[in-house]
Write a protein that binds this ligand. Structure first.
Ligand code: PMP
Ligand code: GLN
Length: 386
């Protein structure tokens, strides 16, 4: 027998995340994967050519810790253009290995053991373990189907001397909802006299529909002074596998963030940063995204019109929540597994995104897919009609 040392797991729930579980099941059953959120279409050839050009031209050594200066310039210009917010490219941005690493490093940098962090559940799955790894205490606020709204008076009641951070996510994964200007003002009123950092997950910033604007923290200068926002090139460029993103905030917070980031990753991939810097310099390469994904959402709703699942029409992200109570009283994990293995369409249940799941019968489906894929999924889902 090999000698195995004893380990003390840092995470209480050491299980595999729901995306991995459902994608594995989808592969096993040859199901159409509307579960894990990734596009099944290619990113722009122009972008691939730019990245390949820089790779071939030898942009293969370390770049500065905070990111390739040319990329930081491009991002600063983009944020001024989109949010009318001046961001200093040399002190207010740090390029990261995807949004996940930005969130992890920010939580590690600012949350100390015993600090409380308020999150809104269903919450994207990495927040909770990251807070726990920092020794923080998760304080979940439950949002429920169909509105997934927030009563800010209740949030105010959750705040106390130990509250160090509030994590928001708009547009919201997994519900497909967005925060309004009033939501952001209510948040600002709560944190303004408190020693609280707002960590704003805005990876779906360009994916808002029906003429709704994305309410970035960058639209609220007073709130921005105590906030950081996290972005992902995976979402903006249809390239989730590149695992690159960035974090933005006031200089004093980004300075502290970078002091941890340097021991975490130091810097990220060089030639991809060169390629993205050139590509995002042109607003046309991101301004099309809302209309592009809105068309996909609408196509899915049209093709699914006879499917007996009730959508909560997405206002943002590339996910839509569906109530399945008309066809089953299984719990959501069992139903998502049944859909995958028996009907041939993989879905994501909502309960893994909650500490205390409500009894909602809701799953999440992803519409970042080719029309053929959505059509094929609709045909399979019609079998639910019995
Ligand atoms: N936050 C949210 C809300 C997400 O949906 C995702 C993943 N899609 C991430 C963060 C992580 O992004 P990345 O893949 O860039 O790490
Ligand atoms: N963000 C993707 C989703 O929500 C999945 C990311 C992952 O697999 N960890 O589906």
């Amino acid at each position: 027998m090999p000698n195995r040392i004893q380990i003390t797991p840092k995470l209480l729930s050491g299980g595999t995340n729901i995306f991995t579980i459902m994608s594995k099941l989808a592969t096993e059953h040859k199901a159409i994967n509307l579960g894990q959120g990734f596009p099944d279409f290619e990113c722009d050839e122009k972008l691939k050519d730019l990245v390949a050009k820089h790779l071939k031209e030898g942009k293969n050594q370390y770049v500065p810790l905070a990111g390739l200066p040319k990329l930081n310039e491009t991002l600063s210009k983009k944020m001024e253009h989109v949010y009318d917010m001046p961001i200093d490219p040399s002190t207010q941005i740090c390029v990261t290995a995807g949004a996940t690493q930005a969130l992890y490093t920010a939580i590690m940098a600012f949350v100390n053991p015993g600090d409380e962090v308020i999150i809104f559940e269903p919450a994207y799955d990495c927040y909770k373990p990251q807070i726990q790894l920092a020794g923080g205490v998760v304080k979940p606020y439950n949002m429920t189907y169909p509105d997934y709204g927030i009563d800010w008076n209740k949030v105010r009641d959750m705040v106390n001397d130990k509250t160090r951070m509030i994590i928001i996510n708009t547009p919201h994964n997994p519900s497909g909802t967005i925060l309004s200007k009033q939501d952001m003002e209510a948040l600002e009123a709560i944190v303004k006299d408190n020693n609280i950092i707002v960590l704003s997950d805005e990876v779906y910033e360009h994916l808002t529909y029906d003429d709704e604007d994305h309410q970035s923290i960058m639209r609220f200068p007073r709130l921005f002074e105590q906030s950081m926002a996290v972005f992902s090139f995976g979402k903006t460029l249809h390239a989730t596998g590149w695992k690159l993103g960035y974090i933005v905030g006031p200089e004093y917070l980004i300075k502290e963030y970078k002091s941890v980031h340097q021991w975490n990753v130091f810097c990220t991939n060089s030639f991809v940063q060169f390629g993205i810097a050139d590509y995002l310099d042109d607003p046309e390469n991101y301004e099309y995204l809302a209309a592009f994904f809105q068309e996909k959402r609408d196509k899915m709703n049209e093709l699914f019109k006879d499917v007996p699942l009730t959508p909560k029409v997405a206002k943002g992200t590339y996910f839509q929540a569906y109530d399945y109570s008309e066809v089953s009283d299984m719990d959501d994990l069992a139903f998502a597994k049944y859909l995958t293995s028996e009907i041939g369409v993989a879905a994501i249940p909502m309960s893994p995104f909650y500490t205390n799941p409500p009894n909602d019968k809701v799953i999440r489906l992803c519409f970042a897919k080719k029309e053929d894929t959505i059509q094929a999924a609709a045909e399979r889902l019609l079998k639910l009609k019995g």
